[in-house]
Design a protein around this ligand. Structure first.
Ligand code: OOG
Ligand code: NI
Length: 458
């Protein structure tokens, strides 16, 4: 009998979710096809350089998913299921303020945290939960009814949760249990065919389409799955050429001549999918909902706290200077701001302490610095992705106080430590430095001072 360690469960789950989503959302299959074409062409054109931020094997298999749940109880269960697959909560995102539309959620991402685990399979899931007590969105009366509805549903069955706990405790599952676990976990994220309570769904939708998607139905579903591409501008153009409507912009940094940092993302618009509804008089009617879409991303170099502060300031400056401009001109403004903010070479990014780089020893005792890939998300881009797929802005009463939520609160809800992304990247760099120093039998300090040529095998 094979024993399935967490990373095997994670890799198998990513595949099974992708197969399921491809069956349910055919446009996702098109997105995968086009992503493969873009990546193959990029590797053919750029050779070894194309794999600087990840082997083509990893990039081709790489996905992130997004799910949305309603309560602390539900997100704690999600944490157990992903914990079984070696995916741990990283980062806290508050999308309530990052968006002008009504997006009443806070989020974290479940992902592998160790370098070796990321290399085995980097699957990650952006997970959002409703803040039902936030008066900018929900009245006390609606909050109560929402809580009652959410409290009465069970997104994950006892067998799935028990297998998850066992996998986490034992460091994996035997073959039969692994297959059952994977089947139940995949089913939990399928779109339910149960009729939707029309009045309830529409009432929530008037407040927030996201709230309706989460709390208007008795189950959850995978909301999108995102492949990774090496050239997102090329992908965007090719999808449009195939007649697929894309959202207006690529979120995140602009295309420019310097190193890619953080994350660039775009998506095709949520498609109208047929759903059945139960009307207030009990009649079952056919209608449609636009809740699932397809997203794609290009990953760049992880930024240090200083680099991230520069990024955040650049985003604000672009916003201010590009008010009212069409997308092409906004891109030109963004490039201009980028040229002032970031150096055009990886070595300068490293020397100025803006990006994370590990220390790698090569044959002959030379050392190079290699970029660390950004493994996380961006609140502003996430809000942009949410927002461009909403059918309706919803309503937000800005005169009300928001409910305080932060990383500590999220950690408490999860019943687990919440990892800080900056700490994880810093640890990765420090580990590489001490390993390199050990190999060469030198002092880590001298090594970090002497190594100034990222990528170069000097
Ligand atoms: C999540 C949107 C955010 C990303 O990649 O930034 C996201 C959602 O739509 O539930 O997935
Ligand atoms: Ni996403």
């Amino acid at each position: 009998m094979t024993f399935h360690e967490p990373w095997r469960l994670r890799a198998a789950f990513a595949r099974s979710l992708s197969d399921m989503y491809g069956n349910e959302v055919p446009a996702y299959t098109t997105l995968l096809e086009v992503s493969h074409e873009v990546n193959a062409d990029f590797v053919a054109a750029n050779g070894a350089d194309a794999e600087r931020l990840g082997s083509i094997g990893r990039v081709t298999a790489e996905r992130h998913g997004a799910i949305r749940v309603g309560t602390p109880t539900e997100i704690a269960q999600v944490a157990r299921i992903f914990g079984a697959m070696g995916m741990h909560p990283v980062g806290f995102y508050d999308l309530r303020d990052a968006s002008s539309s009504a997006v009443p959620v806070i989020s974290t991402a479940f992902r592998p945290v160790d370098r070796a685990e990321l290399a085995r399979n980097p699957f990650r899931v952006f997970t959002s939960m409703l803040v039902t007590g936030d008066r900018r969105f929900f009245t006390a009366d609606l909050e109560q009814r929402l809580e009652r509805f959410l409290g009465a549903r069970a997104l994950f069955g006892p067998e799935l949760l028990a297998l998850a706990d066992r996998a986490e405790a034992d460091g994996g599952l035997e073959d039969d249990d692994a297959q059952t676990f994977l089947r139940l976990a995949t089913e939990a994220f399928e779109l339910s065919r149960e009729p939707v309570d029309q009045a309830w769904y529409r009432e929530l939708e008037a407040v927030s389409a996201v709230a309706a998607d989460i709390g208007g139905v008795a189950s959850t579903h995978i909301n999108h799955l995102t492949p990774r591409v090496l050239d997102i501008d090329d992908l965007y153009a090719r999808m449009q050429a195939r007649g697929i409507t894309m959202i207006d912009a690529i979120q995140g940094p602009p295309r420019w001549e310097g190193p890619d940092v953080l994350l660039r993302q775009t998506s095709f618009r949520a498609l109208a999918e047929p759903r059945t509804f139960r009307t207030p008089s009990g009649e079952i009617v056919e209608d449609s909902l636009r809740v699932r879409f397809g997203e794609v991303e290009a990953r760049g170099i992880a930024l240090t706290r200083a680099g991230r502060a520069a990024y955040d300031a650049a985003v604000v400056e672009v916003d201010e200077r590009a008010v009212g401009l069409p997308e092409a001109e906004r891109q030109a403004v963004a490039r201009d701001v980028w040229q002032k903010t970031f150096p055009t070479t990886e070595s300068a990014l490293a020397d100025q302490g803006l990006g994370y780089f590990t220390y790698e020893v090569h044959d002959g005792g030379t050392v190079s610095r290699e970029p660390v890939v950004y493994e996380d998300f961006l609140p502003r881009s996430a809000a942009g992705i949410f927002q461009s797929n909403l059918t309706d802005e919803g309503s937000k009463d800005a005169s009300q106080e928001g409910t305080d939520r932060d990383a500590d609160w999220m950690s408490g809800a999860l019943g687990r430590d919440l990892n800080d992304p900056f700490d994880l990247y810093t640890r990765q760099v420090e580990d590489s430095l001490s390993a390199a120093a050990r190999t060469l039998d030198v002092d880590p300090q001298t090594l970090s001072a002497a190594t100034t040529t990222p990528g170069a095998l000097a």
